[in-house]
Design a protein around this ligand. Structure first.
Ligand code: SF4
Ligand code: SF4
Length: 335
């Protein structure tokens, strides 16, 4: 069902929703647009892309997993208030990638991820026009039907489509209006996704293109931090004081682009050069994920990493360069 209302009415609906849900959406935080709790629709930034992804709402930057003492281990508690998350189609698709990594990459789903993720209901932000750095169409992640409610703007009104009947009572007193969200159909930025075959992996490893990143990339990890599909974390045990055995286990976001990410016991760093770390990231996003799960590319083309990099390294250009190199490798094999 579709409805329309002005912002003041939507705020009243928000007030009713907030009796049950916490509402998170992209909003201005200093000079950035990032996800935070909102109380009114006016706080939501619709007309610019958020610098940070929605993942931190249900996959926190720092999360205490367990508390331990000499004789006891206790799982941390969860605030079970359900969450409404406003987000764009690329991010819905990105979250599907995160779900796969955390819940299908082993014999058991990651309980610490699942218990937060399952509280989330998607409110899709209609995204009919591409932003400068988006390449979601090339990555086949510009559309989705996975949402409880879709929200868009028409003239000075808000329009909603309610798919999840749980939310119908909040909207069904509003004026009816046909509304289904429009999706981006083309981006200014397009990429060619490399058609990598498993037999090419060694040759790709040896490509000269990775060496350009050895000097250019400073290993800050900013690209991973803003990425909706990056999931790596460190696990650390914190002891409360020197003589105590009481403490907690935390997981903290990490980044495969950091210089010491691949340092192993004994001090050897298996990917000491920035170019090797870029190769690892690119292959994970464009080959390994699909080879492991058969679910397409990991990168959804949100373009946030291209916006974030302080060295103007554009992952979209890396995708194109890799695609060209892969074609050259194929031609070399054929001739
Ligand atoms: S465009 Fe960059 S930030 Fe967005 S999903 Fe792809 S790798 Fe991650
Ligand atoms: S944001 Fe740029 S400089 Fe920083 S790790 Fe990523 S590619 Fe390297």
């Amino acid at each position: 069902m579709g409805y329309t209302m002005n912002a003041a009415r939507m705020d009243e609906i928000f007030n009713a929703l907030r009796e049950t849900y916490r509402i998170y959406a992209p909003k201005k935080v200093g000079k950035f647009i990032r996800y935070g709790e909102v109380k009114s629709v006016g706080e939501i930034v619709f007309d610019e892309k958020s610098h940070f992804s929605p993942k931190e709402v249900f996959y926190p930057i720092v999360q205490t997993l367990l508390y331990f003492s000499e004789n006891d281990v206790r799982e941390s508690e969860v605030d079970d208030t359900p969450v409404i998350l406003f987000l764009r189609p690329c991010d819905v698709n990105g979250i599907h990638r995160l779900d796969t990594i955390f819940m299908e990459n082993g014999k058991q789903a990651d309980n610490f991820y699942q218990r937060l993720r399952q509280k989330v209901k998607f409110f899709l932000m209609e995204c009919p026009e591409s932003f400068e750095t988006c390449f979601c169409v090339s990555m086949n992640s510009n559309t989705t039907d996975d949402y409880a409610v879709a929200v868009g703007k028409r003239e000075d009104k808000l329009c909603v489509e309610v798919k999840d009947e749980t939310f119908a009572p909040y909207f069904n007193a509003e004026e009816s209006r046909d509304f289904t969200p429009a999706f981006v159909t083309e981006n200014k930025r397009t990429v060619t996704v490399p058609a990598i075959e498993r037999s090419m992996v060694k040759d790709i490893h040896a490509l000269d293109m990775w060496r350009e990143f050895d000097d250019n990339c400073i290993g800050c990890g900013g690209c991973n931090t803003v990425c909706i599909t990056c999931s790596c974390f460190d696990t650390t045990d914190i002891i409360y004081n020197e003589t105590s055995r009481d403490g907690e286990r935390r997981r903290v976001w990490s980044s495969c682009m950091l210089g010491d990410y691949c340092t192993v016991a004994g001090g050897h760093n298996v990917r000491a050069k920035a170019g090797d770390r870029m190769r690892f990231k690119a292959m994970h996003k464009l080959f390994d994920y699909n080879a492991r799960f058969g679910k397409g590319n990991m990168c959804v083309g949100c373009g946030r990493c291209d916006m974030r990099c302080p060295k103007d390294i554009h992952f979209s250009e890396t995708i194109d360069k890799l695609a060209a190199a892969v074609e050259t490798l194929k031609e070399g094999k054929e001739s």
